[in-house]
Design a protein around this ligand. Sequence first.
Ligand code: AMP
Ligand code: MN
Ligand code: MN
Ligand code: MN
Length: 281
Amino acid sequence: MLNIDLHCHSTISDGLLTPTQLVARAAMRGVKTLALTDHDDVAGLDEAHHAAAAENITLINGVEISVSWRGRTIHIVGLGIDPEYPSLVQGLTTIRSGRAERAREMAAQLDKCGIHGSLEGAYKYVGERRLIGRLHFARFLVEYGHAKDIKSVFKKFLVKGKPGYTAHEWADLGDAIRWICGSGGTAVIAHPARYQLGKNVLDDFLHEFRQLGGTAIEVITASHTPEQALLFARHAQNMDFLASCGSDYHGSGESYFDLGQLPDLPVGCTPVWHDWAVPYE
Ligand code: AMP
Ligand code: MN
Ligand code: MN
Ligand code: MN
């Protein structure tokens, strides 16, 4: 079992644990190196660093940037970023600014199908109001019995073609990669199988990502089956990408993988941390 986990969320975005609680849970579960990767925000990193020092684990500065590419939403994780890098800070501020309006539109749609009070209901679950997102709506929908769990919400609601889905323009792919790499970080494609890109589109995406300066891809993530992990390990090797692994933990009962519970990277992958000066044994 690896004890490095490079993708998780705190209450700053849509996780259930504060940065301190998250780091403590990671440490308790044997994680030695953890990246906190909140959506479109780096505000949890200071607190996470304090907690990591107390728990004696290494905390990597991370972020998960929402990107629009050819009409799809893609997530790009930045690892080892400088959270004070001006264009990253400015870029994240701009992406976040659309979330309040989007939430109002999502609620208006749910209203139309007889589900009332979702905006206030979703806001009850946010840590930081500026980060209101689909998972907060999902928790409200489960609470009021519209779906049995979070996973079922994302089959019946909040996805393309279903009530509560609102198309949204996130960051440009090239901009997100430039903010990450310009700040000294590594750009990583998050949970690549989630986007269900066909072979040709996937090929285009991987090439464009690489051409724009992206260098890594998540091979091990909770959203991959073992077969998908092997498939993306092959893509990583073919494209000369480094391989990353992260639980994408949001909270117990909501995540498939807990912190510190990740399978090893498949043989032949070069870990994204291969040249980091951090302990990972
Ligand atoms: P947003 O950034 O507001 O579009 O919200 C995206 C978040 O919703 C993701 O980061 C996940 O936390 C959650 N999410 C999206 N799709 C699913 C799914 N199929 N199952 C569970 N959570 C999901
Ligand atoms: Mn999330
Ligand atoms: Mn994601
Ligand atoms: Mn995530």
